[in-house]
Ligand binder design. Structure first.
Ligand code: ADP
Length: 320
């Protein structure tokens, strides 16, 4: 692949998605086993769009772990970034789909293999070859994977990669909201591209407004692009020199899982080899339209990875 490498760091897991929506886990008639984990979704989103992606993370040396590694490979995610833990099992998430297509999570992590990734186990050579290093995972929550997360960021940054961050707040997994906010903000100023959802914006600022003034309280001087995704209302963008919003596509959402990851994957695929887009508003708006299309398509099917679009599917939606 002659495209610049995008390395996505974090967890991959199995989402158990109820086959009926609007029911509690206990009432679910059955579950669809869907591969997921935001950082893995981003790697596959990139590969499906024809980009060059690697995933760095740890899986259990069990049936699910090997199944997930196979899914990465089948989807064109390359590189030797996956480790298998000999003791712990692959993480599982149970996703409750509400009637409106929004989802809630419950996790099996006591501890799961992803949490046991150690800094000294990282494939630093792979990380050093990244042009974009994306992170945004629950590995910030506990040790030793927190140290692995921080080291991977540092290695990528030292090698000159663009750092991209999606906090993927999973509030119930944190010991307290205070700690979640502090830890997320502790790595905030390392990233040059940050994507937050409206919910994360409200949480991180402690202010329930999604207006520009509030969003810009999250601005920092290293940042090149701050994005706020707004579900069916599209996204807002902020750079040093301009700001605006790009509207969403009209689709019938059945499951929003992975929409944000599709959006991020699309954006990174477009900017990895041409960062000048970040300083060119008309071109950035085109890229965000494409990212919105990728997010929208992902909401039209159940699960995250099965729903991620190809480039031609996204272009078809844009052409209408
Ligand atoms: P996250 O998954 O991180 O919460 P969003 O749900 O805001 O992120 O989705 C990311 C992007 O996907 C949005 O900016 C939007 O372009 C698209 N998207 C999400 N939900 C819908 C929807 N219901 N209809 C159309 N587009 C959507």
């Amino acid at each position: 692949n002659d495209k610049g490498l995008i390395v996505s760091f974090g967890e991959m897991l199995i989402d158990f998605v109820p086959t009926a929506s609007g029911v509690s886990l206990a009432e679910a008639p059955g579950f669809l086993k869907a591969p997921g984990g935001a950082p893995a979704n981003v790697a596959i989103a990139v590969a499906r769009l024809g980009g060059h992606a690697s995933f760095v993370g740890k899986l259990g040396d069990d049936e699910f772990g090997h199944m997930l590694a196979g899914i990465l490979k089948e989807n064109g995610v390359t590189g030797d970034g996956i480790l298998f833990d000999q003791g712990a099992r692959t993480a599982l998430a149970f996703v409750t789909l509400r009637a409106d297509g929004e989802r809630e999570f419950m996790f099996y992590r006591n501890p799961s293999a992803d949490m046991l990734l150690k800094p000294e186990e990282l494939n630093c050579e792979l990380i050093r070859s990244a042009k974009v290093f994306h992170y945004g995972s629950i590995s910030l929550i506990v040790e030793p994977c927190r140290s692995a997360h921080l080291k991977a960021m540092e290695v990528a940054k030292d090698a000159g990669a663009l750092l991209s961050y999606d906090p993927n707040l999973r509030l119930p997994l944190w010991p307290s909201p205070k700690e979640a906010r502090e830890q997320i903000l502790s790595i905030w100023e390392k990233a040059e591209v940050i994507k937050v959802s409206d919910v994360e914006l409200e949480f991180l600022t402690g202010n329930d407004s999604i207006d520009d003034e509030n969003a810009l309280t999250l601005w920092h001087s290293n940042l090149k692009l701050l994005l706020v995704t707004l579900g069916e209302n599209g996204c807002k963008y902020y750079t040093k020199n301009f700001r605006g919003s790009v509207e969403a596509f009209h689709v019938t959402a059945v499951d929003t899982t992975g929409a944000g990851d599709a959006f991020v994957g699309a954006l990174l695929t477009k900017i990895v080899d041409d960062q000048s887009i970040l300083e060119d508003e008309p071109r950035l708006r085109e890229v965000l339209k494409f990212a919105n299309a990728c997010g929208a398509i992902t909401t039209t099917k159940k699960g995250a990875i099965p729903a991620l679009p190809t480039g031609s599917e996204a272009l078809a939606l844009i052409k209408g």
